[in-house]
Every structure is written in structure tokens, then in C-alpha cells.
Design a protein around this ligand. Structure first.
Ligand code: FAD
Ligand code: UDP
Length: 400
């Protein structure tokens, strides 16, 4: 039971107050749907949650660095209703035995890696084969039959991808979903930004204030520290969804891990989790850019220094080291990344097939859809889902 509920009979219940859940909540609320949002953490904003570090007053991203970037104007326009943007464009360097090299590996990285004559010859070959301003994935480059380009591919594989990927996924690059390494292509230009999307930046005063403004609507009621699983039940016999002890006929949107809805009866869907280690450093800047990837050594994958991204000023700085590990739910780990493979996708499909029997249950979001969504993709999906839900359940308008 939730005490002190405003909506005794919500039209929609949403489990999870991340980008997926809150975008949906807002889009439905604006059409008159009364939405009850349940979030098991003590705060809204999901993995985008940020707050001020107590010692320095600098903004930190509690669940890892989040840089907004998109090509989707509709998504940008939607979020821009709740925030201004600081215009930050993310830069990443690889630390290769103490030497910094731009990531994605680009034409400038080439000249840092090799003597000039060799770099020039490789540049000409790359441009002739793939074209200027194009992207090539590491796995594609390694397939080349040209000896010199193959040697270059092996260099990039060893120095940028191999160790980092083993740390992040406990698997080699060739053994994970190829779309994952293709997120960071070899870039045949001198553009040293991590993302090339036209809209980029961080919310000027942070993600959490963005979420607070998105949540500020008379048709939205939020309860944090509330696990939706403790309030809902999927009945096997009548294929009905029960909420708070009663059959629930409204719409139920679930943005958490889907196997948990069925007690993991077909086995646990695999996710990667992270340990975060924040450190205050007594220096104005710790490193030359927002994120440095440790691509050949160290236990952590990357170090992020937030003030490069938030553009805040302080004589001190806060850095974050990320350590990747398998997600063990029994240990209380938080799932961050779906581990995509043919086996895990087949398992996910088993769960979605079983859950399809519950006609008012929607699985939306990075965890629930088992997809490697960036924030913009999560928002885009949630906006589309809101339209689907409105058409299917509230065609005559919500009961306001
Ligand atoms: P989430 O943010 O995970 O929100 C789901 C919410 O549901 C959580 O708050 C969770 O507590 C809650 N929940 C789960 N189960 C229940 C339950 N049973 N009851 C109640 N609540 C529940 N994307 C970018 O675009 N740019 C980036 O730079 C970027 N960096 C990232 C860095 C890291 C380390 C990670 C892990 C992700 C990053 N992402 C980035 C991706 C981004 O975090 C996701 O796209 C976004 O968070 C997806 O939103 P979501 O609402 O689907 O999921
Ligand atoms: N990757 C890598 N070296 C890098 C950066 C990325 O090997 O310096 C690989 C790694 O497998 C990683 C994937 O590319 O998981 C995607 O990187 P991205 O930065 O998109 O990951 P995220 O920010 O989502 O953790």
C-alpha cells in the first residue's frame, strides 16, 4: 500500500522515473491522463540523476557521465521545454601508456601513432578506400585485405579496443554485439568530438532540475522509494494485472528489468553493472578533457572530470573512476547495460512473449526493452509509446 496517495484511481501507473518513464508520464499527463509514477530509488531522473558534491559544490553525475546528444529535433525540442543547454561538446582521449590520443581514433590520432611518412601513406590509403569524412568500424577495418591497413587495424584494436572492451564486457571485441564497438568508429576526418550530432550539451542547471520541471504537472503524482514489484501482481490464471490488491484496468508501464516480472522463471537476463569511485582532487584540473579512457591498462575503464562538462568553476575538482562488473541482483547490483547476444535476445523474447498476455502492460526503456538506448533514443521511444497508448486506451480522452 502507498500511503497518502493523491490519485486513488490513476489512469496509468509508470514504474521508473528515468527518461523513459518521465517522458511518458509528461506526454500522457498533458493529454489529461492521471499518472502515478513509482520509483524505487530515493530520487527521480534514473541514471541521469545529478546532484552537487557536498565538499566542492560541483555537479556530479551519480550514475556515470551523461552527455546529451541527438539528431532528432523532436526529442531536442521536447526536452528544451524543460531546460536550457550549456553547449558542451564531449571530448575523449585514450591514455595509452601515458600518451594521450583522440577517441574516436581519427586522422590526428593517426599522426600521433605513427611517424609522419607512414601516417601520410595510411591516410591516403584510408581515404582512397573508404572516402573522406566517413566512419569505419574496427571490425570492418580488420577485415581489409590491404596489409598496411590491416596493420593499422591491429594497432587500433590493441591500443584502443581490446583491453577496454575486456574490462567493460569481460569479452573481446569480436565476441560482443558488433553494433557496440561500432558506436566508436574510426573517423576519417579531424573532428575530435566524441559525438557528431547537431544537438549536444548538458542541461544548464543539471538533469535533476530538468526532471523536476518535467514532473511538475497536476496530472503527475510521484512516489520515490517505492518498488512497483511489491505493489503489482501478474495473475497466471486470468492474465490480469493486479495493482495495490485490485485488478487494474488502466495502463501499466514498466521500465525496469523484464525478467523480474516473472520471477526470472526462464533464467536471468544478463546485464553489466558498474562500481563508481568519486574522488575530490585538490587541483583546479585533473586531466585535459571530460573523459580519459584507459585503453591499455588500469582496472577502471575511464576517468571523467565533471567540471569540463558542466563548465563550473572551482579551485578543486571531482573525478569519477568506473569499474565494470557482472550484474548480480542477489548482491544488490544495479543493471546498467544489457549484454546483447543471440542467446540473451532469445531469452528476452521468451519473456516478452509471456508478458504479451497482459494487454495493459507496456515494457518501455533501456532495461525493459533490453536495448542499448542513449537518452535521446529513450525519449524518442517514450514519445512514440505515449502516442500508441493514447490511441489504444484513451481514444475518447482520459477520465479527468
Ligand atoms: P533508467 O535511467 O535506468 O531508469 C529506469 C528507472 O526505473 C530507474 O530509476 C530505476 O530505479 C527504476 N526502476 C526499475 N525497476 C523498478 C521497479 N520495480 N519499481 C520502481 N522503479 C523501478 N546516454 C546518453 O545519451 N549519453 C550519455 O553520455 C550516456 N552515458 C551513460 C553512462 C552510463 C554509465 C550509463 C549506464 C548509461 C549512459 N547513457 C547515456 C544511457 C542513459 O543512461 C539511458 O539512455 C537512460 O538512462 C535510459 O532511461 P530509462 O528511463 O530507460 O532507464
Ligand atoms: N570502446 C573501446 N575503447 C574506447 C571506447 C569504446 O573499446 O576507448 C568500445 C567498448 O567496447 C565500449 C564500446 O566501444 O563498450 C562503446 O563505447 P561507448 O563510449 O559508446 O560506451 P558507453 O559510453 O555507452 O559506456
Amino acid at each position: 500500500m502507498i500511503s497518502m496517495r493523491k490519485f486513488r484511481t490513476p489512469d496509468a501507473v509508470i514504474a521508473g522515473a528515468g527518461f523513459s518513464g518521465m517522458t511518458l508520464a509528461r506526454a500522457l499527463a498533458e493529454k489529461g491522463v492521471k499518472v502515478l509514477v513509482l520509483e524505487k530509488r530515493s530520487h527521480i531522473a534514473g541514471n541521469a540523476y545529478d546532484e552537487k558534491d557536498e565538499q566542492t559544490g560541483l555537479t556530479v553525475h551519480r550514475y556515470g557521465p551523461h552527455i546529451f546528444h541527438t539528431r532528432d529535433k523532436a526529442v531536442f525540442d521536447f526536452l528544451s521545454r524543460f531546460t536550457d543547454w550549456n553547449g558542451y561538446e564531449h571530448k575523449v582521449l585514450a591514455n595509452i601508456y601515458g600518451k594521450f590520443m583522440p577517441v574516436p581514433f581519427n586522422l590526428d590520432s593517426l599522426y600521433l601513432a605513427f611517424p609522419e611518412t607512414k601516417a601520410k601513406a595510411l591516410e591516403q590509403k584510408l581515404l582512397a578506400r573508404y572516402g573522406e569524412n566517413t566512419n569505419v568500424s574496427i571490425l570492418e577495418l580488420l577485415k581489409t585485405d590491404d596489409c598496411a591497413l590491416h596493420e593499422l587495424g591491429s594497432y587500433i584494436y590493441r591500443n584502443i579496443f581490446e583491453t577496454y572492451t575486456v574490462k567493460q564486457w569481460d569479452k573481446k571485441p569480436e565476441d560482443i554485439d558488433p553494433a557496440t564497438t561500432a558506436r566508436v568508429p574510426i573517423r576519417l576526418s579531424r573532428d575530435d568530438r566524441y559525438f557528431t550530432d547537431p544537438y549536444q550539451g548538458l542541461p544548464t542547471d543539471g538533469y535533476t532540475p530538468l526532471f523536476c520541471r518535467m514532473a511538475d504537472h497536476e496530472n503527475i503524482e510521484i512516489h520515490t522509494k517505492t518498488d512497483a514489484l511489491s505493489l503489482m501482481r501478474l495473475s497466471e490464471s486470468d492474465k490480469k494485472l493486479y495493482f495495490d490488491g485490485q485488478p487494474f484496468c488502466g495502463v501499466f508501464v514498466y521500465t525496469g528489468v523484464p525478467d523480474a516480472l516473472l520471477d526470472r522463471r526462464c533464467g536471468a537476463l544478463p546485464y553489466r553493472s558498474l562500481d563508481f569511485s568519486f574522488e575530490v582532487q585538490n587541483t583546479e584540473f585533473f586531466q585535459p578533457c571530460g573523459t580519459v579512457n584507459y585503453t591499455v591498462d588500469k582496472d577502471y575503464t575511464r576517468i571523467t572530470e565533471f567540471k569540463h562538462m558542466t563548465l563550473e568553476k572551482s579551485p578543486r575538482t571531482v573525478i569519477l573512476k568506473e569499474y565494470s562488473k557482472n550484474c548480480d541482483f542477489a548482491r544488490g547490483d544495479i543493471p546498467y547495460y544489457p549484454i546483447l547476444s543471440p542467446e540473451s535476445t532469445a531469452l528476452f523474447e521468451k519473456y516478452t512473449a509471456a508478458l504479451a498476455a497482459y494487454k495493459n502492460l507496456y515494457l518501455i526503456g533501456r532495461l525493459a526493452e533490453y536495448r542499448y538506448y542513449n537518452m535521446d533514443a529513450a525519449v524518442s521511444r517514450a514519445l512514440a509509446a505515449a502516442d500508441e497508448i493514447l490511441a489504444a486506451h484513451f481514444a475518447c480522452g482520459a477520465s479527468v
